[in-house]
Design a protein around this ligand. Structure first.
Ligand code: APR
Length: 234
């Protein structure tokens, strides 16, 4: 039985890479092809909403065609064996849910949800969006946007995440480059509360030196192996 009871797992795009979803900052990543200012900021949406809709329509279609990999499955297994496990994901795909994880926080929102800025309603959404899409609740066109947190906006559920980090005894960071705050600051916050900290990634992240332990390799190899060791009390 594991010595750890309250585990926070931060996940990033690298976790879904082997499911076929592009990461952001790898050489052929999303930000090598699209200007983040144009497609992932409120200013970009105000300037050219249809361009932003086309960007997320492309990503929504990509998400619809993929399945969870062995790393997602291992994290769902971890939660079954250690119920105090919570996943805080930066990812906007639905692969953690598809793998069976339940204690899950989408701090950057979800690509398969939309938010109406006219009436504040949120809806599950798998189709394309355009500037003329009427809101399913208030039926007003033009107010519906992807329910994704853009640069310059406040990530979701930060109070709950801060509480979890101050109470965890193990913090695991998987598949993230540690480039974007506040997520990149979670390792320092969990260390402050005395947690053991582990990075599982393809290569050292920006915050690599802050972790007590690191295991590098593809997520589908290193995550199941590490989860098995945790469950067996290693
Ligand atoms: N297995 C494990 N790690 C991998 C794999 C893999 N198969 N492939 C790539 N990685 C690692 C990369 O080495 C990199 O460190 O995953 C990380 C991906 O980093 P980013 O592309 O920067 O993605 P992420 O850290 O999730 O970005 C954070 O930035 O653009 C915003 O909102 C967006 O949520 C995103 C945030």
């Amino acid at each position: 039985m594991s010595a750890f009871r309250n585990i926070v797992v931060l996940t990033g795009a690298g976790l879904s890479a082997e499911s076929g979803l592009a990461t952001f900052r790898d050489p052929n990543g999303i930000w090598a092809k699209y200007d983040v200012e144009d497609v992932a900021t409120p200013e970009g949406f105000a300037r050219n909403p249809q361009l932003v809709h086309e960007f997320y329509n492309m990503r929504r279609r990509a998400h619809a065609g993929v399945t969870p990999n062995a790393a997602h499955a291992a994290l769902a297994r971890l939660e079954q064996h250690i119920p105090g496990t919570v996943i805080v994901t930066q990812n906007v795909d639905a692969l953690h849910e598809a793998a069976g994880s339940r204690n899950l926080i989408h701090m950057h929102g979800e690509a398969l949800k939309v938010w109406c800025i006219a009436c504040d309603a949120r809806h599950a959404w798998r189709d394309d969006l355009s500037t003329s899409t009427p809101c399913p609740s208030c039926t007003k066109p033009g107010g519906v946007r992807p329910d994704v947190v853009w640069f310059g906006e406040m990530p979701y559920h930060m109070e709950r995440i801060t509480r979890l980090l101050s109470n965890c005894d193990l913090f695991i960071s998987i598949g993230t480059s540690g480039n974007v705050y506040p997520a990149a600051g979670f390792v320092a916050a969990s260390r402050k509360s005395g947690a053991h900290t582990v990075e599982l990634n393809l290569e050292p992240s920006q915050g690599a030196s802050l972790f007590a332990k690191a295991i590098y390799g593809p997520a589908t190899a290193v995550v199941p192996a590490y989860v098995d060791r945790l469950i067996n009390g290693a």
